[in-house]
Design a protein around this ligand. Structure first.
Ligand code: SF4
Ligand code: SF4
Length: 277
């Protein structure tokens, strides 16, 4: 018996929506009983595509997160269900029983990832099945994984030491929040962007950006330096959340500029002004 897992690499996702459309193609107007009833054409996003912004105007970065059901091994939806309407199979896939789950609208609110959708017509909660109906016939991966043009989605058997999914998990795949509360999901993520510290340095006396100003970020046991680019911009990416740093900016002929900051949220300063010495 396989033990399935999926790793989603945020760096490789181009927000093309091919996975979303493949899911629609596979499930809309086609029931795959006993795994699932048909997905309605509108309103359901069993493979959701979420663009997450970090920073603020005029420095905003966007990362795309494909978000299916995480197939939690300690699943809140399973606990919220009555009559064993949610089952976790031996291969790890979590399924909503399309007959037993009729009328169990409480399942929609039970999922911390908002991965369960309500089918008004069928009076039924529904979600991603990892295309279990195909896997049970010997296919190797769900439709979303099959169509992804950049291999941002990797699926396979965790018990196979040579599987690509196991190698990817070994590269430091993490659970997407809020799943760190012991939900133990089968779906994990690589290259989730961390906190951002960025700014633009300006010399008001000459009305010019401070090209080549040296910017040093110290804290968390390390110090890293960059030079402001031709637009006076600098940035430090993928910092851990909730740490204290000191930021220092130096440019010959100007007084050093210093501040302290905490990465509880992204820190972006649009116009840091240097004073003449
Ligand atoms: Fe259930 Fe939501 Fe976890 Fe999927 S992500 S198993 S729907 S709690
Ligand atoms: Fe991202 Fe691949 Fe889905 Fe396109 S198909 S949105 S690249 S995960």
């Amino acid at each position: 018996m396989a033990k399935y897992a999926m790793v989603i690499d945020i760096d490789l996702c181009t927000s093309c929506y091919a996975c979303f459309l493949a899911c629609k193609d596979e499930h809309c107007n086609q029931a795959h009983l006993p795994v699932t009833a048909a997905q309605p054409h509108m309103g359901h996003r069993w493979m959701d595509i979420k663009d997450v912004e970090r920073g603020k105007s005029a420095r905003v970065k966007v990362a795309t997160f494909p978000i299916p059901c995480m197939h939690c091994q300690d699943a809140p939806c399973e606990k919220a269900a009555t009559d064993h309407a949610v089952v976790r199979r031996d291969d790890g896939i979590v399924l909503i029983d399309p007959l037993k789950a009729k009328g169990q609208k409480q399942l929609v609110d039970a999922c911390p990832y908002n991965a369960i959708y309500w089918n008004e017509e069928e009076n039924l909660p529904q979600k991603c099945t990892l295309c279990a109906h195909w896997l049970d016939q010997g296919y190797k991966e769900p439709r979303c994984v099959e169509v992804c043009p950049t291999q941002a989605l990797t699926f396979g058997d965790l018990d196979d030491p040579d599987s690509e999914v196991r190698k990817k998990m070994g590269q430091g795949a993490v659970v997407l929040e809020p799943g760190d509360k012991g939900l133990n999901p089968l779906v994990t993520y690589l290259n989730v962007p961390g906190m951002l510290v960025a700014g633009t340095v300006f010399c008001p006396d000459v009305q010019e950006v401070a090209r080549d100003a040296r910017v040093t970020l110290s804290g968390n046991g390390t110090a890293q330096s960059v030079k402001a680019n031709g637009f006076g911009d600098f940035e430090f990416e993928n910092l851990p959340r909730g740490r204290e740093y000191s930021l220092k900016i130096e440019l010959p002929g100007y007084q050093p500029w210093e501040t302290t900051l905490t990465t509880n949220e992204h820190w972006v300063e649009g116009r840091i002004q240097l004073a003449r010495q």
